[in-house]
Design a protein around this ligand. Structure first.
Ligand code: 1CP
Length: 347
C-alpha cells in the first residue's frame, strides 16, 4: 500500500481501506511509553525532547496497523510558548499561571521562533522521515476556547465555571485572549506544516460547555478564523475539527469552518450526523473509549456498529474521545482487526 488512506478520505477520494487512528494512541496505556517517559523525567521534558517525542509518536505505529501518527505534544504547549508558567504535577494534570485579566493577556508573547515551537517542529520533521509510506502525520493544537479555559482556570477543572462565565459576560480581556490564541495557534500549526505535518487537527475538547450565540462567538468564530487563515497559507493541507460535545451543531461546525472532516463524540449516532453534513466533509469517530477499555465480544460488535453507519469514503475510524490510560493494548489490536475484517466482508 502506497497511498495514504487518511489523505484520500480528507480529499474526498475513495481510499484503499478505511483509515484508522486513535486519539491518545501514544500514551500511558502503552508499556513502552511508560518506560520512555520514566527515562525522560517530566511529561514536558518529553514533549520538548524531539528524539524521544518522535519515538513516542512512532510507538503505536510500530505496534499496530494504523493509517496515521499524531504528533506527541500537548495543547498546552501554546500557552507555555506564550510565556505562561506550566507544569504537570504527577497524577494531577496541568497547573498554569492564571490568565484572566487585561494585564496578563497583554503580557502574552508571540510564539514564533520560541524554543518550545522549535522543539515540537523538530519532532515533526524527525517523525515524518520515520513513517511508512501509507501513514499520514497529523499535527495538532487546541482550539482557542479550550486552551483559554485552561488559562483562565489555571489548570483542569470539573466545571470550568470561571471560563464559562467569562464567555457569557464577555469582558474585553476575554475577547483579546481568544484573538491572541487564534493568532498563536495559526502560527503554531503553520510551523508544524512547514516542518512536515500533512494534516492538522484542532481539538475543542470543551466545546460542549457553551450554547447558542455564546457557542457561535466562542467556538465557531475563532475556529473559522483559524481555518480560513490556514487555507490561505497552506491551501492543500486538510483540517480536522473536533468540537467535542457540539452534538446537533456538528453540521454547522463543518459548514462554517470549511473543515475536511469533523470529529464526533460517542454520544452521537454517526449516521444522523452525516445526514446533516455537506457532502465534501467526512466524519471521524466515534467508538466509546469505555467499549475499548472493556474489550470482549461487545467491543467487536460496537466497532461493527460504528462502521455500519458510515461509507468508507466519508469515514475516519477513531474513538469519541481519547484512549483511557487503563486500556489493555490488546483491545486496540482487536478493534483494528474488527474494522479490517468487517470492511473485507463488505467489499
Ligand atoms: O503523565 C503523562 O505521561 C502525561 C499524560 C498526557 C499525554 C500522554 C498529557 C497530559 N498529554 C498527553 C499527550 C497528548 N495530549 C496528545 C498526543 C498524543 C496522542 O494523542 O497520541 C494530544 C493530542 C493531547 C491533547 C490534549 N491535551 C487535549 C485535547 C484532547 C482531549 O483529550 O480532550 C487536552 C484537553 C489536553 C490537556 C491535558 N494534557 C495532559 C493532561 C492530564 C491534560 C488535562 C486533561 C483534562 O483536563 O481532563
Amino acid at each position: 500500500m502506497n497511498r495514504k488512506a487518511l489523505l484520500d478520505v480528507l480529499g474526498n477520494r475513495m481510499p484503499e481501506r478505511r483509515p484508522i487512528w486513535f486519539m491518545r494512541q501514544a500514551g500511558r496505556y502503552l508499556p513502552e511509553y511508560r518506560q520512555l517517559r520514566a527515562q525522560a523525567g517530566s511529561f514536558l521534558d518529553l514533549c520538548y525532547a524531539p528524539k524521544l517525542a518522535s519515538q513516542v509518536t512512532l510507538q503505536p505505529i510500530h505496534r499496530y496497523d494504523l493509517d496515521a501518527a499524531i504528533l506527541f505534544a500537548d495543547i498546552l504547549v501554546v500557552p507555555h510558548a506564550m510565556g505562561v508558567g506550566l507544569k504537570f504535577a504527577e497524577g494531577e494534570g496541568p497547573i498554569l499561571d492564571v490568565v484572566a485579566d487585561e494585564g496578563s493577556v497583554r503580557g502574552l508573547k508571540p510564539i514564533r521562533d520560541g524554543n518550545e515551537v522549535r522543539a515540537v517542529c523538530q519532532t515533526v520533521s524527525l517523525t515524518r522521515y520515520g513513517l511508512p509510506a501509507h501513514v499520514a502525520l497529523i499535527g495538532f493544537c487546541g482550539a482557542p476556547w479550550t486552551v483559554a479555559s485552561y488559562m483562565i482556570e489555571g489548570g483542569s477543572s470539573e466545571e470550568r465555571l470561571r471560563a464559562r462565565l467569562a464567555a457569557h459576560q464577555r469582558p474585553t480581556w476575554f475577547g483579546d485572549l481568544l484573538e491572541r490564541l487564534v493568532e498563536a495557534s495559526c502560527d503554531y500549526l503553520s510551523a508544524q506544516i512547514e516542518a512536515g505535518a500533512e494534516v492538522v487537527q484542532i481539538f475543542d475538547s470543551w466545546a460542549g460547555d457553551l450554547t447558542g450565540d455564546v457557542f457561535e462567538e466562542t467556538v465557531i468564530a475563532p475556529i473559522r478564523t483559524m481555518t480560513k487563515e490556514l487555507r490561505k497559507r497552506h491551501p492543500s493541507i486538510p483540517v480536522i475539527v473536533f468540537a467535542r460535545g457540539a452534538g446537533s451543531k456538528h453540521g454547522r461546525v463543518a459548514e462554517t469552518s470549511g473543515a475536511q472532516a469533523v470529529g464526533i463524540e460517542q454520544a452521537m449516532e454517526l449516521a444522523a450526523v452525516l445526514a446533516n453534513m455537506a457532502k465534501h466533509c467526512a466524519v471521524q469517530g466515534n467508538l466509546d473509549p469505555i467499549a475499548l477499555l472493556a474489550g470482549g465480544e461487545r467491543l467487536t460488535s460496537r466497532v461493527e456498529n460504528v462502521i455500519s453507519e458510515v461509507p468508507m469514503q466519508r469515514h475516519i475510524f477513531n474513538l469519541g474521545h481519547g484512549i483511557r490510560p487503563a486500556t489493555d493494548p490488546g483491545h486496540v489490536a482487536q478493534a483494528i482487526a474488527a474494522v479490517r475484517a468487517m470492511d473485507a466482508r463488505r467489499a
